[in-house]
Design a protein. Structure first.
Lengths: 319, 371
């Protein structure tokens, strides 16, 4: 396992802000009723995993949700659409567009991002936003972009098939962030990923492939976090807050215990409130953590997520 | 050194064809392309046969035949694919296919083709595996295994130990150029040695093999290494140009309107690319175009004031268009043709149907052992 860390001298790329949009939600009980989920599974998701709600797009399209999220971000930070010069789309699910159409060009046109070029970074499921962050940072450091808009959207095209093999339930939503060079807020200190591609079939993986995933999951989490901390020359005690994916509560209990880290340093408020919203989890949680005053100036914090595939992804930033 | 180059209205372009452009000037990065590798299936479908069986919107049977391992219910997938494919097909247009007689058709999935391309490249270049710091997969088409991650599969099946493997997409057939750009900046900023880029295209229904009435697209996979050390084509610059106005595919006389649109768009984008690189057209020894209608390419040559003889269109008659594989196909062909001289500047470019033109300028600097 290796971690890629930017040289300290280049620690100038920052996440200026982030935002999100969530469609209405239903309870896990309502989802269970609609899909014929067994009482045992329902109970596991609610009682054991701590999941309560699942966001369902209903009549809203992927483009509607994305527009809402980006407009909120631009308004909040007083940015004009023409200020954006690069758009990078990240997503877990692939049901956004089909060649020759592209979803990202629809986003450009809908939002009037007329000075931006666009493409997507994906293939890592829920870990894709961290790699999008890495690609954006490289563009900014190379000097080929000034304002990079990261945009994420996951859409189930009306399906209520939301289970991930007893691990979690997936919601729909859109998220976004704006990155700049020489940015004083949320500066990127280190980004690292670890890939075990044997689970490349994602939610369609076989039982034994999920067994292997279970077996290596916690060790990979632990190793990646330790490795990223080491490369950033930080200790776990230096991290004020972990911004997690919202997969479930028990897995985070276990990770925190392995790291000997108190639960007060995990921003877990949204596991119950909105559940796992695929690639949007990190930006939803970061946005809410900042809003709730959980980060003070100078605090180090960690983004951590895992995507089926499987990819473990960790980023350390300074608020 | 790199340059962010943005303009809201392209030089010499009609006001309707405003574009955003971003050019990465990477000559000083000292990076180059080696081992351009192609997998072209032997099975063929003739243009006449494809037109005869191509009946417009897909059926549920098509979905059942080609698509597997649904992340969602089959009827939801069908609804999605059908809704996405409703508006873009121009239908067959006799006489526009120029010299294309047949295109390759794969019985394998795009994911399987990609693995084959990766293995083929690595088999021919022992010692590369340990130097590869990242895998980037690129594609225009959606995999018929939508729940799968082809980039993760490549990491697994190629037995590589690099710390990341991801997909660059949403750029149509220009996904290869976007991936090249992402890889170049990753290598430069993170001081890595090599990135393995692999792409594949399988036009499973309802993907249409017809590109805006200009070409018919075949299935394929492609791979290349971008990095330091031994290489054949030094990367001078890569540019992405997004046009805000979509190609007017629904217009009356769509073929003529599209001919105007794409020739104007390509002319403006490539002029900008050359200007950003500080180069004149006289310096370009060869142009590697996408596999599309020579009538359009002739118009582009005229706009750029480039002699038609500099356009290498040989691949077009052989295989038609191969989507995002066109770049590697052309590099593979020209590197074996014997026409290149050290120092020759090459300009490659491509289209994506939602209104983007991408391009790259490369310099032929062959180094021993690279291919």
């Amino acid at each position: 396992m290796s971690a890629q860390v930017m040289p300290q001298a280049k620690k100038t790329v920052g996440l200026m802000g982030c935002s999100y949009y969530l469609p209405p939600s239903i309870t896990v009980d309502e989802l269970a009723q609609a899909t014929g989920m067994s009482a045992t599974l329902r109970s596991m998701y609610v009682e054991n995993h701590g999941l309560r709600r699942v966001h369902i797009a209903g009549e809203e399209s992927a483009l509607d949700m994305t527009e809402q999220a980006v407009r909120r971000l631009l308004e909040k930070h007083n940015l004009h659409p023409l200020d954006v010069d690069t758009v990078i789309l990240y997503h877990t699910l692939n049901f956004l567009s089909l060649e020759p159409k592209t979803f990202v060009s629809a986003v450009q046109r809908k939002l009037g991002l007329e000075h931006a070029v666009a493409f997507s970074v994906a293939g890592q499921h829920c870990a894709s936003p961290v790699t999008a962050l890495r690609v954006a940072r490289n563009m900014l450091l190379a000097g080929s972009a000034r304002n990079v808009l990261l945009v994420g959207c996951d859409f189930f095209v009306g399906s209520l098939q939301r289970e991930i093999h007893g691990i979690s339930l997936q919601g729909e939503g859109a998220s976004c962030a704006i990155l700049q060079n020489h940015c004083a807020t949320n500066q990127i200190i280190a980004i690292s990923t670890y890939v075990d591609g044997s689970l490349y079939k994602g939610t369609a993986a076989a039982e034994d492939e999920f067994d292997k995933f279970d077996l290596i999951y916690y060790f990979a989490c632990y190793q990646l976090i330790r490795n990223t901390l080491k490369k950033a020359a930080l200790a776990m005690d230096d991290i004020r807050l972990i911004i997690p994916h919202n997969i479930n509560r028990p897995s985070w209990h276990k990770i925190l215990s392995t790291l000997k880290c108190g639960e007060d340093r995990l921003f877990a408020d949204n596991i119950e409130r909105c559940g796992h919203v695929c690639s949007a989890d990190l930006m939803i949680n970061l946005s809410d953590a900042i809003e709730a005053g959980r980060l003070q100036k100078g605090d180090y914090f960690m983004l951590f997520t895992v995507g089926l595939g499987a990819v473990w992804a960790c980023a350390i930033l300074q608020h | 050194m790199s340059l962010q180059s943005i303009q809201s209205k392209g030089a010499g372009c009609s006001p309707a064809l405003a574009f955003a452009g971003s050019v990465c000037l990477c000559e000083a990065y000292d990076l180059g392309i080696s081992n351009p590798t192609m997998i072209v299936p032997e099975n063929r479908i003739s243009v006449e046969e494809y037109i005869a069986i191509h009946h417009g919107p897909c059926s549920f049977d098509d979905i059942e035949k080609y698509w597997r391992d649904y992340a969602i219910e089959p009827e939801r997938l069908f609804g999605f694919l059908r809704s996405q494919s409703e508006t873009f097909d121009l239908g067959p247009r006799a006489g526009n296919w120029a010299n294309i007689h047949s295109v390759p058709v794969s019985n394998e999935t795009s994911s399987e083709l990609a693995v084959r391309a990766g293995k083929h490249l690595l088999n021919g270049f022992s010692g590369a595996a340990s130097k590869i710091a990242a895998i980037i997969y690129y594609s225009a088409t959606l995999s018929s295994r939508p729940a799968w991650s082809t980039s993760c599969r490549l990491h697994f099946e190629l037995g590589l130990k690099c710390d990341t493997s991801f997909t660059v997409g949403q750029k149509g057939a220009n996904a290869s150029y976007a991936a090249l750009r992402v890889a170049a900046e990753m290598l430069h900023v993170e001081q890595l040695e090599k990135v393995l880029l692999i792409g594949s295209e399988v036009f499973a229904p309802p993907h249409s093999r017809m590109f805006s009435g200009f070409s018919i697209q075949g299935d394929s996979a492609s791979a290349l290494l971008l990095g330091r050390g031994e290489y054949d084509f030094r990367l001078v610059c890569v540019g992405l140009f997004d046009f805000m106005e979509q190609p007017p595919i629904a217009a009356d006389n769509a073929y003529g309107v599209l001919l105007d649109y794409w020739s104007e768009a390509a002319g403006a984008a490539l002029t900008h690319l050359l200007e950003a690189a500080g180069m004149s057209t006289e310096k370009i020894a060869f142009v590697l175009p996408p596999g599309c209608n020579p009538e359009l390419l002739c118009r582009i040559a005229e706009r750029l004031r480039l002699p038609w003889g500099k356009f290498d269109c040989g691949a077009l008659c052989e295989v038609g268009s191969l989507g995002s594989s066109d770049l590697v196909l052309n590099l593979n062909r020209i590197s074996r043709s014997g026409v290149l001289l050290p120092g020759d500047e090459i300009m490659a470019f491509g289209f994506s149907s939602d209104g983007a033109v991408c391009g790259s300028i490369l310099r032929y600097e062959p180094r021993r052992g690279a291919i």
